[in-house]
Design a protein around this ligand. Structure first.
Ligand SMILES: [Zn+2]
Length: 180
């Protein structure tokens, strides 16, 4: 379909995430990456979709990882027990863009691209206090969920900053020309 693949490197990456990495799937979606996550999907189906759709398989299951590699599927074994470790591993490997772009973000629940909407569209669909305090809202046309930058937003930014800081530290530590 004439999809442009060159140049715009990271932005076009698509993922499929195994059942143990639901948190990672939600974050990748928020970052705008098309990410399939279905905790009931059997391994063989994940492999099939990854192969057919050119998706990168992210897994904590070494056996699944090895099967993917044998079939020539791009795959990453994701270590770490918290989201910072996991995001860091994926971001470092695939050079993810660690910014939430308000015009290119997906529903963390269902992966549908979110649509930024006029405030008037969410009247009555969010608590009155939220409606009063916020001017920017998004709607998911897939599941109907409404989003805004509420109290959790600060935590989201802090997590991304921590991942970025870690990536920065790594590159400083390995750069022989760096002086301070
Ligand atoms: Zn949704």
């Amino acid at each position: 379909m004439g999809e442009q693949r060159s140049g715009d490197d990271g932005a076009k990456l698509r993922f499929i995430v195994d059942a143990m990495l639901g948190d990672l799937a939600r974050w990748l979606r928020m970052l705008g990456y098309d990410t399939i996550y279905d905790r009931n999907m059997p391994d063989w189906k994940q492999l099939e979709i990854a192969a057919e759709q050119g998706r990168i398989l992210l897994t904590r299951d070494r056996g699944l990882y090895i099967r993917a590699r044998k079939r020539g599927i791009r795959s990453l074994l994701v270590h770490g027990d918290n989201i910072v470790d996991r995001l860091y591993t994926v971001a470092k490997t695939f050079k993810l863009r660690l910014e939430i772009d308000p015009d290119n973000t997906r529903c963390p629940l269902c992966n549908t691209p979110l649509r930024r909407v006029d405030k008037s569209e969410v009247r009555g669909r969010v608590p009155p206090k939220v409606y009063e305090r916020h001017d920017t809202f998004w709607i998911c046309s897939g599941c109907g969920q409404v989003y805004w930058r509420g109290g959790h937003w600060r935590g989201i930014i802090a997590t991304l900053e921590e991942v970025k800081r870690r990536m920065g530290q790594r590159s400083r530590a390995t750069s022989p020309t760096q002086t301070r």
